[in-house]
Design a binder for this molecule. Structure first.
Ligand code: CO
Length: 235
């Protein structure tokens, strides 16, 4: 390679120099190869019933986090979540029992929602970030109930009580330690994703009588007080 470059240098004034041409082709090939390496892929999201969704995921060590495989997985999970679209995606949902989740609540999505709904849910934009080996601490007993969904229970929704505020300690994609105090909708997203890393789904925590298809939620329950849907059977 060294010799080829030296040869090209000697002859660089010649337009049709075959060595220069070969180098240019090599550069193009290297560029394409690099682009292929960087390319992301949409992953298949598994649905309820897949055993992986019920397993406790394995924590990662720093060396693994920095390795090519996990870095690539994170890029692929980001694309998969944005394409779905969703506000969170955990590795077990793409079939991998690893303590990794991606989260993002995009400003573009929120601006199409009624301000009243955003205020009620205490929902604000959350920039894309990765949580690895998260540890959750419940800072207060306050619970709030809202309908939520899951990409692994496609087409369904239910009212789920969740802590209003939590603290989460986690590693980011560089293996750096973070601690976040979250409240409102962001706290709900974190609890939902961290549940996935411990084999739990929202159906384990929901008010069972509120369980509905998303179509029927739109037809019958949208904008109504949640207690109306969850009233208990008389016998
Ligand atoms: Co989910």
């Amino acid at each position: 390679m060294y010799i080829v470059i030296y040869g090209a240098f000697l002859c660089k004034t010649h337009d049709k120099n075959p060595i220069l041409k070969a180098i240019s082709e090599l550069e193009t090939a290297a560029e394409i190869f690099f682009q292929v390496l960087q390319q992301t892929m949409r992953l298949k999201i598994v649905q309820a019933g897949e055993p992986v969704l019920r397993q406790t995921a394995r924590p990662l060590i720093r060396q693994e986090i920095l390795g090519d495989e996990i870095q690539r997985l994170i890029r692929d999970m980001k694309e998969t979540m944005q394409d779905a679209p969703g506000v969170g995606l955990a590795a077990p949902q793409v079939g991998l029992s690893l303590q990794v989740a991606v989260i993002e609540d995009r400003e573009e999505t929120l601006k199409d929602l009624p301000p009243q709904e955003l205020a009620e849910k205490d929902r604000r934009p959350v920039p894309f970030h990765v949580i690895i080996n998260p540890q959750i601490t419940f800072v207060e007993d306050d619970k709030i109930i809202f309908y939520e969904g899951c990409l692994s229970l496609a087409g369904f929704s239910a009212a789920v009580p969740r802590a209003r505020a939590i603290q989460v300690d986690y590693l980011d994609e560089q293996g750096e330690q973070h601690s976040v105090e979250a409240s409102g909708w962001y706290a709900r997203i974190l609890q939902h994703e961290i549940d996935h890393l411990h084999g739990a789904l929202y159906i384990d925590r929901m008010h069972t009588r509120t369980f509905t298809s998303v179509d029927n939620w739109n037809r019958f329950w949208r904008g109504k007080p949640i207690r109306e849907a969850s009233s208990t059977p008389t016998r």
